[in-house]
Design a protein around this ligand. Sequence first.
Ligand code: ZN
Ligand code: ZN
Length: 265
Amino acid sequence: MNKPILVDTHSHLDFDRFDADRDAVIQRAREENIGAIMTIGIDYKSSLAAIKIAEDYASVYAAVGVHPHDAKSMTDEQFAELKEMLAHPKVVAIGEVGLDYHYDYSPRHVQRRVFRQFLELSLERQMPLIIHTRESDEDVQHIIQSRSKKGWRGVFHCFAGDKKMAHNVIDLGFLLSFTGNITFKKSTSAHVMADIPLDKIMIETDSPFMAPVPHRGKRNEPAFVKFVAEKVAETKNITYEEVANFTTQNAIDLFGLVIDKKDVL
Ligand SMILES: [Zn+2]
Ligand SMILES: [Zn+2]
């Protein structure tokens, strides 16, 4: 029987930690039946690099955006060019965008302004959003809610909020993506995930960060999304196949991915 196909909905394949072996990393993902990998831009340069990798590999798709860390350095010219990038056939989402009050690398008012710009763009182009939030959950939800209660499509990636936030985010129209942190002993996110309907869940690595157990502390890579899928199966007491079917279908539906069975084993 064919191995079930997974999608890694969030990675950063353009990061220099993959420079030495990017090709092998993508090959290993194929061997683990990862049918599609999304590589996510964090600024103008990284968005361009994400597109380049998506052009080189059939199974890789790109998202373009500016991470809150880098909001302060986004110019108007870059925003205009990022808009142009949305027309590329391998660009399937806007992201990652959002707020990060943990590091505060950009002033908060600048983070909020840039986040609003991308929210408007998402509505204008009807493109799904990939949202990053850290210690800024209230403001992120408030900004989304204040704009409009309808019409949002997207995902809160590396979801680490509580149940109340999870249900609010779902009500706004978003899915939740869980990462390697659900495999960590002290994490409460698996407990939150247990409560979320399968049609609202996606999985990701956020590689090179957040390596799941048993690779915790090492460099993460898309092949390891299988450990996240295993944890979802264990937590929800369903089979790995069911997890693969649901999460892959959710990613296909949200991002319009085309998974070629020939691309996997
Ligand atoms: Zn993020
Ligand atoms: Zn990320």
